[in-house]
Design a protein around this ligand. Structure first.
Ligand code: ATP
Length: 347
């Protein structure tokens, strides 16, 4: 059974003169232990879709099942109890400024049945878990952004949720702090078997920790799959744009094109992009095509990413040689499971 199952969810906001369709007949299944990244530009409908998971947003139609329980059938009290099993963290932390770190984490435990000592032990262990045991008495104003997000994470975990929704939780943080918070989320996912829904406009964050991805645009999911599938075989232009930004491939290509201004491609030369997946590296294959076809490959950019423990290599290179031999070399590369894309040909 899936932890989260959204089926044919629609969300329409009625405004005076018009209605806004924020989510259009969308379905999404998330399994226990997934870190499910949902990426899209502002206004794509990510937050609205994900807020239906705890009924902070009631769908206009469609069903939301959490561990098989349809939220639409619950009473207000049952829904309140159910919501405790879903923690949430946000871009701006949403801490209470007048409460200490301890006080903020204590808030969700106000109505719990734990004894005073048990609550105290729980709060301290949560702060230990997020690496803030020494800042218990501080106020939010005395903390950095990353530390504030750690408090928010501890608070979100106070009621032992099975699901954590992260709504742009790293968007206000610098790159190094972003990485630290993402590492913490991954650690919590593994230690607590926490299912995480990660909403973001940065594919970089998804690349770092998610195992599944959905790309949203105009209220619908336009592409979805495992992290590896999405990164190696994106079918939508928007997906490719997000990936190219996350892998710095666009910047690299721009630099390569800059190089070609000073030393342009010769006649028959081809500027190609090669992508290979798995443990093989392209280097031996490139050596082989030289030996077999006398085709030279001048590598101008090379990058290796490890996604879900699988290496993915990208090379941008100039191939030169006899046109017929280049064609044969390209077929040989494809035969070796190297994906090949011709970017430019010398005139
Ligand atoms: N309460 C609301 N009333 C009216 N329109 C809304 C409301 N909430 C969201 N919308 C609209 O629904 C659409 C989707 O918004 P949503 O916040 O879900 O997008 P998003 O992808 O999460 O973007 P962002 O990251 O900027 O929040 C937008 O057009 C937005 O203006």
């Amino acid at each position: 059974m899936s932890v989260i199952e959204l089926s044919n969810v629609n969300v329409t906001f009625q405004q005076k003169s018009r209605s806004i369709v924020a989510v259009q007949n969308e379905s999404l299944t998330i399994e226990q232990g997934d870190i499910y990244g949902i990426v899209g530009y502002s206004g794509a409908g990510k937050s609205t879709l994900v807020r239906t998971i705890n009924y902070l947003q009631t769908p206009t139609s469609g069903s939301v099942l959490i561990n098989g329980v349809e939220l639409g059938t619950l009473s207000a009290t049952q829904l309140r109890i159910q919501r405790q099993k879903i923690g949430m963290i946000f871009q701006h932390f949403n801490l209470m400024d007048e409460l200490t770190v301890y006080g903020n984490v204590a808030l969700p435990l106000k109505h719990s049945n734990l004894t005073k000592q048990a609550k105290d032990a729980k709060i301290k262990s949560l702060l230990e878990l997020v690496g803030l045991a020494d800042r218990i008495e501080n106020y939010p104003s005395q903390l950095s952004g990353g530390q504030k997000q750690r408090v928010a994470i501890a608070r979100a975990l106070a009621n032992d949720p099975e699901i954590l929704i992260s709504d742009e939780a790293t968007s206000a943080l610098d790159p190094r702090t972003t990485n630290q918070i993402l590492d913490l989320l991954k650690e919590l996912n593994q230690k607590l078997n926490l299912t995480i829904v990660l909403i973001t406009h940065e594919m970089q964050a998804i690349k770092k920790i998610a195992n599944k991805v959905a790309v949203m645009e105009n209220g619908t999911i336009i592409e979805r799959g495992s992290l590896l599938e999405i990164f190696t075989r994106p079918t939508q232009k928007l997906t490719r744009d997000f990936i190219n930004t996350a892998t710095n491939r666009d910047e690299a290509l721009q630099n390569v094109r800059g190089l070609l201004v000073t030393s342009p491609l010769k006649q028959h030369d081809q500027l190609v992009e090669l992508q290979y997946v798995g443990n093989e590296t392209a280097q031996p294959v490139l050596a082989t095509i030289y030996a077999d076809f006398q085709v030279m490959t001048n590598i101008l950019y090379s990058n290796m990413e490890i996604l879900s423990q699988t290496p993915i290599g990208t090379i941008i290179a100039v191939m030169s040689g006899e046109p017929a031999q280049i064609s044969a070399a390209k077929l040989s590369l494809i035969d070796h499971d190297v994906r090949l894309n011709v970017l430019e040909e010398g005139k």
